[in-house]
Design a protein around this ligand. Structure first.
Ligand code: HEC
Ligand code: HEC
Length: 162
């Protein structure tokens, strides 16, 4: 068991070190050891939390990075209750309410259970919207990102570009 833990922590450490290559501005060196971190200070000091960024509320949808990406939310969601009793999101986004709200309907996948059967109402596995959908904010990425969109990838790979 001890060996398993040792191997797992080694893997975790190496993956953290790899991450470090991207997050250079947040490398900290303590006791001769350099660690990649998203904390903004030494581990034994209370760090001041970064400012909360302003949520965009401009109704402008962002491009999705890949076909099955949960779209980000182009409006504020302050005070929209989602619990056992109510789901405020569905009061605009459900099939029944879209004529009134002019909100895009949740896609059919949200009405499917895990066996692929269509249900009359939103599936329990899609009930807690904010599990997958996040609001939009104009923030600086915490770490670098070299994600390439599939269209660009195909373009780069096409014989024309050689
Ligand atoms: C008062 C009605 C209303 C409520 C409540 C509401 N929305 Fe929306 N939502 C809209 C409208 C209208 C749009 C279309 C874009 C716009 O006008 O902001 C939208 C857009 C979206 C989109 C973007 C869809 C896409 O195709 O890009 C997502 C995701 C979304 N809402 C999620 C949510 C979630 C999650 C909640 C609950 C926390 C919620 N909405 C609550 C009206 C609503
Ligand atoms: C488990 C993750 C997950 C949860 C929970 C979830 N969604 Fe989604 N949602 C997605 C994904 C992935 C997509 C894009 C692919 C698709 O349509 O299935 C999407 C698409 C959407 C769209 C765009 C539909 C379209 O046709 O363009 C809306 C609007 C939306 N979701 C709203 C909601 C609301 C409201 C809730 C809560 C009732 C919710 N989602 C819960 C993952 C989720």
């Amino acid at each position: 068991m001890k060996n398993v833990i040792a191997v797992l922590s080694f893997l975790l450490l190496t993956s953290l070190t790899n991450y470090g290559a991207l997050a250079e501005e947040r490398l900290i060196t303590e006791g001769g050891q350099t660690t990649a971190t998203l904390r903004n200070g030494p581990i034994d000091e209370e760090a001041s939390p970064p400012k909360m960024s302003k949520v965009e509320n401009n109704d402008i949808k962002r491009k999705r990075a890949y076909p099955m990406q949960p779209p980000t939310i182009p409006h504020k969601i302050d005070g929209y209750q989602v619990d056992l009793k109510v789901n405020t999101c569905m009061s605009c986004h459900s099939r029944k309410r879209t004529a009134e709200s002019q909100a895009p309907m949740v896609s059919v996948t949200h009405y499917m259970d895990r066996e692929g059967n269509f249900l009359a109402d939103v599936s329990p596995r899609r009930y807690f919207c904010e599990q997958c959908h996040v609001t939009q904010a104009a923030t600086k990425p915490l770490i670098g990102n070299d994600f390439i969109d599939i269209d660009q990838l195909i373009n780069n790979d096409s014989p024309k570009s050689h």
